[in-house]
Design a protein around this ligand. Sequence first.
Ligand SMILES: C[S@@+](CC[C@H](N)C(=O)[O-])C[C@H]1O[C@@H](n2cnc3c(N)ncnc32)[C@H](O)[C@@H]1O
Length: 272
Amino acid sequence: MGIEPVHLTKEKETLLITLYGKAMESRSKDPILRDEAAEEAVRRLDYDFSKLKVRKRDGVSLAIRAKQLDLWTKEFLAENPGGTVLHLGCGLDTRVFRVDPPASVRWFDVDYAEVIELRRRVYGEREGYRMIGSSVAEPRWLAEIPADRPAMIVAEGLLPYLEEHDARALIARLIDHLPGGQMAFDAYSRLGARLLRAHPSVKVTGASLGSWGIDDPRELEAWSPRLQLVTELTSYEPWALAKLPWVHRAAYALARRIPAVMRIGRLLRYRF
Ligand SMILES: C[S@@+](CC[C@H](N)C(=O)[O-])C[C@H]1O[C@@H](n2cnc3c(N)ncnc32)[C@H](O)[C@@H]1O
């Protein structure tokens, strides 16, 4: 397979940060997330990844986040082997290969058309798997999603790029369309959102981020009476903690004492 040119900018270009972080971590001696497809994608893209200045610790955090979302997706599919997965703002993430669902699962990866065009050139098709090129803020794509199966909705690194009203409208449309399921994503407090806007790698892309944050995950329950918070992960699970380099672990031991710091970035899981 050949080398693929990359002409993505702004929000779309941020997918190269997460792809590279995961690929870099995967290449480490004892990786948290083995992601050979991401490593291969990085080799094939004609893109100067060095300009993103992705740090080793970014790779570790991205790998932990992705692995936790993989685990929740696998858990959902173990209980719902005929379910649907909606992977929103998929970028070039390889979750569908990592989770490797049975053919009974309908899996949809959704991102902007330009991103999906590149994605199709980089990764193969598989049974039960479809890619949809559309903004998630555009309502029409949902008509292609089966409305009669429980769904796992995963959005990794997507919500910060939406404005609050778009996120609310999206969640309302998803809940309205689907019979039930779960929704999992990373969320940032207002402080966390400000820090993310100032992140050096994000700044390089010139992406514009939403001007909101989630200080209290229960706020979202007021968005829909069907939405119920199941898990709020502010701390590292034992498997993740064991993988952290000592400097990271020491910083984390200090951060644990300051609730506002722990709320900066979280993984949230809701049922609906
Ligand atoms: C930080 S990247 C994360 C990519 C991928 N989820 C991952 O973890 O590797 C953000 C992704 O969100 C996508 N995105 C941002 N706004 C979007 C929108 N309105 N509709 C669809 N995708 C969007 C971008 O194109 C990009 O692929």
